[in-house]
Design a protein around this ligand. Structure first.
Ligand code: GLY
Length: 397
């Protein structure tokens, strides 16, 4: 049925109102959380309370990112002061090298010091972010086939981990692309492009589903095979991994203009959306048997919502996928807001219920995830205010 222009405008206005109400709820909760969390950082929840740490996990940048988004939206100095205090802690973490021997340096420093630089132009924050990019480059492993990859976890001499790449790493690549833009040194971008291309070739399967991780021979670079870490099985598709692919390839396209990355983001998005249950929010793995007790991963759907908001504007107006992506983005957001968000529960610390961290590992299978909260807010900000987070430089609102 053709909707009238007036009808479409009403629907868009209603959606915007829904998004704005959700953001207002988050602003209030975040002020409460600034007091509650103090100098600590939220990670995932246990019994409805965030587990706090002293900035020693891969997730700590998301709290900074939430604070910066709240500041950019509201211009309320309380968010800015809290966000800047987190960047000071990221400076200390970097100087003391606290749990930085992994690939998640982009998650940590894009949303903390890079965000500060984007918003305030602070030179110290820029220097810290560039130092973080140099640190990430140290995980590059050259192989005798003339190529290489970014090792996900562990030390270089860790035999089990030396050959492993993971799909999540796509969200760490914007830090490298940005470092080349800033310094004029192409090495960061070259590494990022090889990593994105390897991820495309080896982690994305022919049917557009994905492995979570993939192993290479660490000396020769010969591909060995895919495996999971947090998914249901080695051959399954962990929904959050698929989500990192949707968003990560769209970002690699933004930086490189490589049409294969755009196409891969689209294909992975279609797979994700076509395999969703009725309420448009993902279970934790697309191959997990579905019963009444199967866990969701609302964080995967939040990542895809933000990723679709990045992807859609890259598509031609006449792209046949565009209306489908737009419809599904709206449906996912409506479902997240109405059935997963903690709107109205003023005491809730988290923003989104029913995220899964690591189901087989028994870690927070049905809880708040700080990255779920971050991407949910980023998606809302993109949709309501065109504020796209801190993956790339852009004009301030
Ligand atoms: N990047 C780790 C995770 O998504 O759980």
């Amino acid at each position: 049925m053709q909707m009238s222009t007036e009808g479409m405008q009403t629907t868009a206005m209603q959606a915007n109102q829904l998004y704005t109400q959700a953001i207002e709820d988050i602003l209030a909760k975040t002020l409460m959380n600034i007091e509650k969390f103090g100098a600590q950082f939220p990670h995932v929840s246990l019994n409805g309370k965030y587990q706090l740490n002293n900035n020693d996990d891969w997730t700590n940048g998301f709290w900074s990112g939430i604070l910066w988004l709240c500041y950019e939206y509201s211009h309320d100095e309380r968010y800015r002061q809290a966000a800047e205090a987190t960047v000071d802690r990221f400076q200390k973490r970097f100087e003391q090298k606290v749990v930085l021997d992994h690939h998640d340096i982009g998650f940590l420093y894009s949303l903390s010091s890079k965000a500060q630089w984007i918003i305030t132009g602070d030179e110290r924050a820029r220097e810290l972010t560039l130092a973080a990019a140099d640190h990430l480059v140290k995980r590059w492993r050259s192989t005798s086939d003339g190529s290489g990859y970014i090792q996900a976890w562990g030390a270089q001499d860790n035999e089990q981990e030396a050959g492993r790449i993971i799909i999540d790493c796509l969200l760490n690549l914007p830090l490298l692309y940005w470092a080349s833009e800033q310094t004029g040194d192409p090495k960061y971008r070259e590494i990022a492009e090889i990593q994105a291309e390897k991820t495309r070739r080896y982690l994305v399967r022919g049917d557009d589903s994905s492995y979570h991780t993939f192993f290479f021979d660490s000396k020769t670079g010969v591909p060995i095979g895919g495996a999971t870490h947090q998914g249901y099985s080695n051959g399954s598709t962990w929904t959050r991994g698929q989500a990192w692919g949707v968003y990560g390839f769209a970002l690699s396209y933004r930086y490189t203009g490589n049409a294969a990355f755009l196409d891969t983001s689209k294909r992975m998005a279609r797979y994700f959306l076509e395999h969703l249950p009725e309420d448009s929010v993902a279970y934790w793995d697309f191959n997990a048997p579905v019963t009444a007790d199967t866990y969701r991963d609302s964080s995967a759907s939040a990542i895809v919502a933000a990723g679709l908001a990045e992807l859609i504007p890259h598509l031609d107006a006449a792209d046949p996928d565009r209306p489908y992506f737009e419809k599904m983005l709206a449906a996912s957001m409506e479902s997240l807001i109405n059935h997963y968000a903690t709107i109205g529960d003023d005491a809730a610390e988290g923003l989104l219920k029913h995220g899964s961290y690591y189901v087989h590992g028994g870690l927070s299978p049905d809880d708040y995830m700080i990255w779920g909260d971050y991407y949910y807010l980023e998606a809302l900000m993109r949709l309501a205010r065109d504020i796209p987070g801190y993956w790339y430089e852009r004009k301030l609102k």
